[in-house]
Ligand binder design. Structure first.
Ligand SMILES: NC(=O)c1ccc[n+]([C@@H]2O[C@H](COP(=O)([O-])OP(=O)(O)OC[C@H]3O[C@@H](n4cnc5c(N)ncnc54)[C@H](O)[C@@H]3O)[C@@H](O)[C@H]2O)c1
Length: 363
């Protein structure tokens, strides 16, 4: 008989939140070999119910009790956005590393404070910009030099889950979700991905926002945008634009990014993540995810053979595994940190200011 030993330096994790993304974090934490020490929600009963499904060892009556339990190496913060900053600061003060959901904070100043505190404390802080963990995103990033000088970066992030007046959520309330809703919730993912793949920076933005559904069940009048259009210029001089909507019928979670250069194009569609479109004047093709042919950078994020589709859970699993590796001193390329979360918050603030003033705003 062989005794299989678990790693002695097993990460001890806690999760605050019991909703959609908390379940995804719990699965990824278990997959990465963590011990799930505890869960906290809005009540101990909710934490107990959710904790059972998540495979957690204990249910806590409040976030503070979990943070102060002394049981954690890392805290996953999966709550509404307004709690990200205060809970992160408490956890860092208690010496606990943090994986905090996006948007990192509801304003750029708080996000910068969080990044600064993590740095001062010497603790890992990461943000689940998980689309970075699609193998074909890594492939696009590895091939960016092949398309020549980038001239245009464009795309969209479209959803329809808030299409009807009856559709409502804490995200719609600026007190809970922040002053920018579609921009902070999904626009932040797109901007992070565009900068990650190109290695370039958005330096100035001009944006418009609109509320399409003026009254919802509990939020009336609605104060945060359903749609946004953003034009931008990058540090290298490329032009760009992105359209963001949470009321686009038929679009569920369509993050689309296309980059045109002087000798080729690259396009990635989050809902069709097994392919990367390689555009060329004399011919184009869809490159299939296949660990046998992918670049070295993409291969670690392609654990399954070609034709066995990977998806959102795989991205999350890889992100959490890389976050834990960083906590254990192994910093892997492409890990989205609090610095990246703070960067996205600067862009969000600039977009909101531009939408308010009508002018171009630096970011
Ligand atoms: N990275 C991604 O791709 C991704 C995807 C979805 C959501 N998110 C982010 O995750 C966060 C949560 O989103 P969701 O979709 O899971 O929302 P949700 O509404 O499904 O869950 C929110 C959870 O927070 C809990 N909560 C609220 N107040 C609390 C408090 N005071 N103490 C403890 N728990 C409390 C609620 O009980 C609920 O379980 C948001 O910041 C969102 O932007 C990220």
């Amino acid at each position: 008989m062989l005794v299989i030993r678990r790693k002695s330096a097993e990460v001890r994790a806690g999760i605050i939140g019991t909703g959609f993304i908390a379940q995804v974090h719990a699965r990824a934490a278990r997959q990465a070999g963590a011990q799930l020490m505890g869960v906290a929600g809005t009540s101990v009963e909710r934490a107990r119910q959710a904790g059972e499904a998540m495979g957690a060892e204990r249910a806590f009556g409040s976030a503070d009790e979990l943070i102060e339990s002394g049981l954690l190496d890392v805290l996953h913060i999966c709550t509404p956005n307004h709690l990200h900053a205060p809970l992160t600061l408490k956890a860092l003060a208690a010496g606990v590393a943090v994986i905090c959901e996006k948007p990192l904070a509801t304003d750029a100043q708080s996000a910068a404070l969080m990044a600064g505190r993590a740095e001062e404390a010497g603790l890992v802080g990461t943000v689940p910009f998980v689309y970075r963990f699609h193998a074909m995103v890594r492939e696009a990033r590895a091939r960016i030099a092949e398309i020549g000088r980038v001239s245009l970066v464009q795309g969209s992030y479209l959803q329809d889950w808030l299409l009807e007046p009856a559709d409502d959520n804490w995200r719609v309330d600026p007190e809970l979700g922040g002053p920018g809703r579609a921009i902070g919730d999904i626009g932040s993912h797109w901007c992070d991905l565009a900068e990650f793949v190109t290695g370039d920076r958005i330096v100035t933005v001009n944006a418009q926002t609109a509320v399409v559904i003026a009254d919802r069940a509990t939020n009336a009048p609605v104060l945060t945008e359903d749609v946004a259009t953003i034009q931008f210029r990058t540090a290298s001089g490329a032009l760009g634009s992105v359209v963001v909507s949470q009321v686009a019928p038929g679009r569920k979670n369509r993050l689309f990014l296309e980059i045109s250069g002087t000798s080729g194009s690259l396009a990635f569609d989050q809902e069709n993540p097994e392919h990367l479109w390689l555009g060329g004047r004399s011919g184009s093709r869809a490159l299939q995810r296949d660990p046998l042919t992918l670049s070295e950078a993409a291969r670690p994020y392609s654990p399954l053979p070609a034709g066995h589709p990977q998806g959102f859970h795989d991205c999350f699993n890889a992100f959490v595994a890389d976050s834990y590796a960083a906590i254990q001193g192994d910093h892997r390329d492409g890990l989205p940190t609090f610095e990246d979360g703070a960067r996205a918050a600067v862009i969000t603030d600039a977009v909101l200011e531009s939408a308010r003033t009508g002018g171009w705003v630096a970011c």
